[in-house]
Design a protein around this ligand. Structure first.
Ligand SMILES: C[S@@+](CC[C@H](N)C(=O)[O-])C[C@H]1O[C@@H](n2cnc3c(N)ncnc32)[C@H](O)[C@@H]1O
Length: 216
């Protein structure tokens, strides 16, 4: 079912995904914390229509590369048009099921291992988010910076909005109980987190391993 939403619904995704009023802040916060640098290689897992690509392209410049991976050709078609329209020279796209992703294919498309890996609002939709994340990290360098942005039910006073969040997540095929950011909490160093929109949006950013010692 979720697969169909992201095929026939691809052209309406940007309009119906409540990007600006609700979800954009999760993406921009993650990218800000990841702080991609000029020339870096970025894997955007489950990239959808490429809403992360303009800010990533602006940060890494033409010497860097963004690889957007998604299993929906229709979502990728929108991402491709966005990249062409906005002249996002760093963007490449790969149609693949993230749960069966070939890390070597990712490294080849990126021109080397990923420096940065992010997954925004996508792991909670996947049948096996742990396997998808494992494969994405296998395409990254050992000290890559990583980010997961995903959703849960809002809490505190914002829990009044829980039925809305549930309906919205259900529409997108997301399971609000998955909490995929825990994978970063368990694995990464230099962990930073943000809880946004009454806890509905969770952002976690970290580093896969401590930074290599600097040579004096
Ligand atoms: C809610 S959209 C999020 C898109 C984008 N990351 C964003 O922040 O707007 C979820 C995306 O995950 C993709 N997706 C779901 N399961 C997938 C899988 N197993 N492999 C690759 N992409 C998948 C869908 O096709 C869809 O484009």
């Amino acid at each position: 079912m979720a697969r169909e939403r992201y095929s026939s619904g691809a052209r309406l995704y940007d309009a119906l995904s409540a990007d600006w009023p609700v979800y954009r802040v999760g993406r921009t916060t993650a990218i800000e914390l990841l702080a991609p640098r000029p020339g870096e290689r970025v894997l955007d897992l489950g990239c959808g229509t490429g809403l992360n690509h303009a800010p990533l392209d602006a940060a890494i410049g033409r010497d860097g590369r963004v690889l957007g991976v998604d299993r929906s050709p229709q979502m990728l078609a929108v991402a491709r048009r966005r990249a062409e329209r906005r002249g996002l020279a760093s963007v490449r796209l790969l149609e693949a099921d993230a749960t069966a992703l070939d890390p070597e294919a990712v490294r080849t498309a990126l021109g080397g291992p990923a420096d940065v890996v992010l997954a925004t609002y996508t792991l909670s939709i996947m049948s096996d988010p742990a396997e998808a994340w494992r494969r994405a990290l296998a395409a990254a360098r050992p000290s890559a910076r990583v980010a997961i942005v995903d959703m849960q039910e809002p809490h505190g006073p914002a829990r009044l909005l829980a039925p809305l969040a549930r309906a919205f997540a259900g529409f997108g095929g997301a399971d609000l109980t998955v909490r995929p950011w825990r994978m970063i909490e368990q694995e990464a160093a230099e962990l930073r987190g943000r809880s946004l929109r009454g806890g509905h949006i969770q952002v976690r950013v970290g580093r896969l391993a401590p930074p290599e010692p600097e040579v004096p």
